[in-house]
Ligand binder design. Structure first.
Ligand SMILES: Cc1cc2nc3c(=O)[nH]c(=O)nc-3n(C[C@H](O)[C@H](O)[C@H](O)COP(=O)(O)OP(=O)(O)OC[C@H]3O[C@@H](n4cnc5c(N)ncnc54)[C@H](O)[C@@H]3O)c2cc1C
Length: 114
């Protein structure tokens, strides 16, 4: 991250969807990134219509992200708190949680919906 000094900053990104994943990938070589999501997978949403008529396609459009931690339940000026009890300090915070949705929390559950 140009102009921020030699020491890498800590960036916490809440939401590993389209926006959060792109932010994390873009900054991964320049900052210490914590990417947090309540689901264990990333879904390519524009492939979901095809998965409805061809369920096996969901195995390619629902992608595991095993490094995702938990749901974020609180944010302070300095830290985020996850449902599992982790407290993660940040220098910068990105909130990319989109809208509330009733979705599956595991990849297996999501694929079975198709
Ligand atoms: C069927 C369908 C087809 C679409 N087709 C297109 C298309 O063709 N082109 C296009 O541009 N857009 C399309 N979209 C829209 C596109 O998917 C959204 O605009 C995009 O996903 C929004 O990105 P986002 O990162 O803001 O949110 P999301 O991708 O929804 O990501 C938000 C993430 O935040 C996580 N999250 C939420 N709350 C918390 C919390 N408290 N703690 C931790 N994690 C949390 C969620 O689990 C989720 O993974 C489509 C959407 C759908 C449903």
């Amino acid at each position: 991250m140009a102009g921020l000094g030699a020491e890498k900053k800590i960036v916490v990104v809440i939401g590993g969807g389209v926006a959060g994943s792109l932010v994390a990938k873009s900054l991964q070589n320049n900052a210490n990134i914590f990417l947090i999501d309540e689901k264990e997978y990333f879904e390519i949403t524009w492939a979901s219509l095809r998965s409805m008529v061809e369920p096996s396609f969901a195995k390619r459009s629902v992608i595991s992200h095993s490094e995702y931690l938990s749901a974020v339940v609180n944010i302070t000026d300095t830290d985020v708190l996850t449902k599992k009890g982790s407290q993660i300090p940040y220098d910068y915070l990105v909130v990319a949680t989109d809208h509330t949705q009733n979705s599956a929390s595991t990849k297996t559950e999501k694929i079975s919906q198709y």
